[in-house]
Design a binder for this molecule. Sequence first.
Ligand code: IPM
Ligand code: MG
Length: 352
Amino acid sequence: MEYKIAVLSGDGIGPEIVEQAIKVLKAVGKKFNHTFHFTQALVGAIAIDQMGDPFPEETFQLCMDSDAVLFGAIGDPKYDNDPKAMVRPEQGLLAMRKKLGLYANIRPVTTFPSLIHKSPLRTDLVEGADFVVVRELTGGIYFGEPRGRSEDLNKAYDTCVYTRPEVERILKLGFEYAAKRNKQLTVVDKANILATSRLWRETAQEMALSHPEIEVDYMFVDNAAMQIIQWPKKFDVMVTENMFGDILSDEASVITGSLGLLPSASVGIHTSVFEPIHGSYPQATGKDIANPLATVLSAAMLLEIALDLTVEAESVREVVDRSMSEGVVTEDISEGKAYKTSEVGDWLAKNL
Ligand code: IPM
Ligand code: MG
């Protein structure tokens, strides 16, 4: 088959890690007889520099015309340290999510036995932890109106808004993931305080009636933040609103010690986007030292979720496992010789 892949490498280490994922996808194409057509487009700080817009119209059109989007990272320290900057790289990400209708962010949290010792938690707590965070991505306080500052600039406000259809579609996805996995769904909210959370909880309770096979529990977000650390193994699928999901998914990503290895998918109405959960790591830019595995594993999610190529996806995961057990990894996780980003990519492509 032939597939069109939009490549949005973005900033910092984005281009170097995405290049390795492309090598692996090309090897998949060779082995399984598919043709992937890769087309690059700008996003993030580099898009601001070159076109004055962090998510230019051409980039949007390319995404719409593609079967999937492979995304690197965005962000540049020159904007982080300038709160007054009018246009920011992050706006590109939010515009992309909104325009592509990417209402769900899926982050699987898995452990890799060879990396458990890097976890900030005790091995016995994290060993075998395996859950998925399903985060709502186009609603809530990230997008709610009104937002802004008073005229005298001494007051600022953001608004958290959810409609029932928005809540239903993300919960539906949560139920679907739970059904495919261990049939346990944790709905995370702050229903003791927030009206939006009460809408979430009410909607989830209604939907639970038609999913008797799923065990649903409800947890306040502060308690969830604690339990992720205390009993990470008890979770299967966690579904939550945009900002709670932003915070909890970062927390969840470090407990396994494998930050450089975790992929994510953003799915919704139009083309799905696949990206590593880590950022643009500006200090490492151009040094050929960044770990490309999270991006390669994002490409595996792309094969499985966007293109329905399950066997192909499995072959990518398998070769990634092998690179780790044979020690062909970058300096952040290596125990002996550290390989370069590009060397890891070459090895994966050759050994797939
Ligand atoms: C993420 C990031 C983004 C978010 C930022 C970069 C806008 O933290 O994808 O989790 O807050 O959603
Ligand atoms: Mg985040």
